[in-house]
Design a protein around this ligand. Structure first.
Ligand SMILES: O=C(O)CCc1cccc(O)c1O
Ligand SMILES: [Fe+2]
Length: 316
C-alpha cells in the first residue's frame, strides 16, 4: 500500500465568474501541479471526503458521515453528471471497518453528489469515472456538527482500513477554506428556502438555474466589494493549512463549530474534509501522531470571485 493526499478548495463559480487573469493563471498552475503529482503517483483507488450543498443530503435525514456504495453526480454548476465507478464491495468493507472501530458511519447504496465531490475529480482526472472511487460525505453545511475530533477519528479508522489494502490510494479532501457563501441557514430561512433544505432533491432545470444565478450574482457583488458577506480570512486559512502541513491535527480537536463559523464563515466547515484527508493519510501511512507529512506542494489565494479562500495541498 502507498498513500498520498490532495486537498483542494472547490468553487461552483470556477467556470462562472472570472477572477483577474493572474489569479486564474495561478489557480490553473496549482491544478496542473496537483494533476502532475497524481499522474506520477498513478493511484489505483481514490477515497474522496466531500461535503454536499443540499443536492444529495437534506434535513429530512442528515448524517454526519456517509460512505457511498454507488454514487451519482447531479451535475450542478456545469460539473460532470453521471455515475462514479465505485468499488461497491470495497466501500462496504470500509464502512464495516469504520463501524468496527466504534465510529457510527451511514451508508448509501445510491448517494447523490454535487460539485463538492465532483470538481476535484474533474480537475485531477478529467472524468469522474476514470478511477475506482469511494466517496465519503462529511457534513459541512447543515447544523448540528460533530466535533473536529470526531472527524479526525472517523478518518483515522478509514486510514487504518486503507493501510491493509494492496493499492496505491489517493485520499482527496474537497472544500474550504474560509468562505461564507449565501447558503440558507435553517434558523433564518424563508418557507421556500426551508423546502429546499428539507427535501429539495431533483429540482427542475429552471429552479436549479435560478439558484445558481443567485450565487453567481452574489459572487460578482462580493468581488466588487458590494456585499455584506463575511470577508475571507487568509490568516485563518494559512494557520489551518500550517496545522495540516505539520501534522498537528489534534490542535483542531477543541475548535467549536460556532467559533469556526464566526472566524471563517459558515462554509469554512468544509475544512473538515481536509482534516479527514490528512488524518486518513497519517493512519494509512502509519505516521506517528504529531509527525509532519511530506508536503509536496502548497498553494493559497483568497479569491472573492470564487467566494473562497482557495487552497491546494498535496502530501504523501
Ligand atoms: O449552495 C450552492 O449552490 C453553492 C454555494 C457556494 C457558493 C460559493 C462558494 C461555495 O463554496 C459554495 O458552496
Ligand atoms: Fe462547497
Amino acid at each position: 500500500m502507498s498513500a498520498a493526499s490532495v486537498c483542494m478548495s472547490h468553487s461552483p463559480l470556477l467556470e462562472h465568474v472570472e477572477p483577474p487573469a493572474d489569479v486564474r493563471a495561478a489557480v490553473d498552475a496549482a491544478f496542473a501541479r496537483a494533476r502532475a503529482f497524481v499522474r506520477e503517483f498513478d493511484p489505483t483507488l481514490i477515497v474522496i471526503f466531500a461535503p454536499d450543498h443540499y443536492n444529495g443530503f437534506f434535513y429530512d435525514l442528515m448524517p454526519p458521515f456517509c460512505v457511498g456504495y454507488e454514487a451519482y453526480a447531479v451535475g450542478d454548476y456545469g460539473s460532470s453528471q453521471g455515475w462514479l465507478d465505485v468499488p461497491s464491495e470495497l466501500a462496504a468493507d470500509l464502512a464495516q471497518h469504520v463501524l468496527d472501530c466504534d465510529i457510527d458511519m451511514a451508508i448509501s447504496r445510491r448517494m447523490e453528489i454535487d460539485h463538492g465531490a465532483v470538481q476535484p475529480l474533474d480537475i485531477l482526472f478529467g472524468d469522474i469515472a476514470a478511477k475506482p472511487t469511494i466517496p465519503i460525505f462529511v457534513n459541512s453545511v447543515a447544523k448540528p456538527f460533530v466535533t473536529m475530533r470526531r472527524v479526525r477519528l472517523m478518518a483515522e479508522a478509514v486510514g487504518k482500513y486503507l493501510q491493509k489494502l494492496d493499492e496505491r490510494v489517493l485520499v482527496v479532501g474537497s472544500g474550504g477554506l474560509s468562505h461564507d457563501p449565501p447558503v440558507p441557514q435553517w434558523s433564518t430561512a424563508t418557507e421556500e428556502q426551508r423546502r429546499l433544505l428539507l427535501d429539495g432533491r431533483h429540482p427542475t432545470a429552471a429552479a436549479r438555474a435560478a439558484r445558481q444565478q443567485r450565487v453567481i450574482d452574489a459572487a460578482r457583488s462580493f468581488a466588487a466589494g458590494q456585499s455584506d458577506m463575511l470577508d475571507l480570512n487568509p490568516e485563518w486559512d494559512e494557520r489551518f493549512m500550517d496545522l495540516c502541513a505539520t501534522g498537528r491535527l489534534e490542535d483542531t480537536d477543541a475548535w467549536t463549530p460556532d467559533s469556526m463559523a464566526a472566524a471563517a464563515g459558515n462554509s469554512a466547515h468544509e475544512v473538515r474534509t481536509w482534516l479527514a484527508a490528512h488524518s486518513a493519510l497519517r493512519a494509512a501511512t502509519n505516521t506517528p501522531t504529531m509527525d509532519a507529512p511530506a508536503v509536496h506542494y502548497r498553494f493559497y489565494r483568497a479569491i472573492p470571485e470564487f467566494i473562497a479562500g482557495f487552497g491546494v495541498m498535496v502530501c504523501h
